[in-house]
Design a protein around this ligand. Structure first.
Ligand code: ADP
Length: 363
């Protein structure tokens, strides 16, 4: 028993015994003619009895009742013997003391047991919560580690291919190739270096995205600048068309990043059409989104690949890095928007970017 419990028990004992003693004293020192007072003292015994029952259980309640009865009986015998009718009522009250003390104690005991059970349940629940929290942290960590592992594996794969080409080319040069072959080999080395460089730039964009510099930007102007840029490098038979609804609201965004997103989608669209076709870049609005789409007439994406295209390093191209769409996904997400890819009913793909509108307060 702890010191505090000890102190509490002593205090309860003093209250019970003091209550019974004071009530008995009230009986003994009050002359018989003050009947009203005797009636009050008689019922006053219930207070220490009930208190004892609540504090010490049924044994405490019964003991307090017996003690009260033992102190009360001599007073009944001495004072009320000439009035047997009245005395009988008081003996009956003593029986009531015993019943109330025991019953209240039984109820208090039951309550106490329930409280202990509840405390144990709460403690168990607390432990389960702690265990859940730990498991959750472990799962989160494992998930992060597996993400890093995937990234590293993809990166290793992407670096190994150009390295193998460069190594092969070096071997050819070492063996002393003729001028023409040497030129060809050198151009392979340069191409593979460019590929590694592109990979690293994309990887840095993806791994260390810079914070957007927010400005209100006209999307049409961004679409036009992308069209201007790609039309020089795309195949001759690839055409670009820009469509825009009138009165488009300004987009709250980082201009450079959004231009990069649209550029990545447009380059992919052009690369998907080796035989040529049309790429349409369009912008329109609905109640609270600004929708930008890049639609092509290329070979499209196989349905089984659709849910992999935004994964880092997923590529079907010989010299692809597989990071273009990951960067798109990341930047659009940073802008509070979303990106979807859909196969067109006839041919090709449509990539849609949904941005919250700044003017309606959705951004
Ligand atoms: P990369 O272009 O380096 O391969 P991306 O992340 O940009 O990397 O694209 C991932 C893959 O998604 C591409 O290799 C290609 O298979 C597919 N893809 C993306 N855009 C298109 C498109 N417009 N049409 C057909 N396939 C596409």
């Amino acid at each position: 028993m702890s010191a505090t419990t000890h102190g509490a028990v002593r205090r309860d004992l003093v209250l019970v015994l003091g209550g019974i003693a004071l009530t008995s004293a009230g009986h003994y020192f009050t002359p018989p003619q003050f009947l009203l007072w005797h009636g009050i003292f008689q019922r006053l015994y219930y207070l220490p009895i009930v208190y004892a029952a609540i504090s010490f259980g049924w044994k405490g309640g019964l003991t307090a009742a017996v003690l009260a009865g033992m102190l009360y009986i001599p007073h009944i015998v001495m004072t009320w013997a000439p009035m047997p009718h009245f005395a009988m009522g008081q003996y009956a009250e003593i029986v009531m003391f015993l019943a109330v003390g025991t019953l209240t104690g039984i109820l208090a005991d039951r309550e106490r047991r329930r409280r202990v059970e509840l405390q144990a349940t709460a403690q168990r629940l607390g432990q389960v919560y702690q265990e859940l929290q730990t498991t959750f942290e472990q799962v989160k960590r494992a998930d992060r580690l597996s993400g890093i592992g995937q990234l590293a594996a993809g990166l290793a794969h992407e670096i190994r291919n150009p390295l193998a080409s460069i190594d092969g080319a070096a071997e050819v040069l070492e063996a002393g190739a003729e001028a023409e072959l040497r030129q060809e080999t050198l151009s392979i080395i340069r191409k593979e270096c460019a590929r590694l460089n592109r990979l690293l730039t994309n990887l840095l964009d993806f791994a260390r995205p810079r914070r957007p510099e927010w400005r209100e930007v006209g999307v049409v102007e961004v679409l036009d600048s992308v069209v201007e840029l790609v039309s020089h490098s795309a195949g001759k038979n690839v055409r670009f068309r820009r469509e825009a609804a009138p009165d488009l609201p300004l987009l709250l965004c980082d201009r450079e990043q959004i231009a990069q997103v649209i550029l990545n989608l447009t380059i992919n669209a052009a690369q998907a059409m080796p035989e040529g076709g049309e790429v349409v870049l369009s912008a329109r609005t609905s109640a609270d989104v600004l929708l930008v789409q890049v639609k092509d007439e290329g070979h499209g994406i196989a349905p089984e690949d659709l849910d992999k295209i935004f994964d880092p390093f997923f590529t079907t191209k010989d010299t692809g890095t597989g990071l273009g769409l990951s960067v798109v996904h990341q930047i659009v997400g940073q802008h509070g928007g979303s990106v979807t890819a859909e196969r067109n009913p006839d041919r090709g793909m449509t990539f849609s970017l949904y941005f919250p509108r700044a003017d309606t307060g959705a951004a």
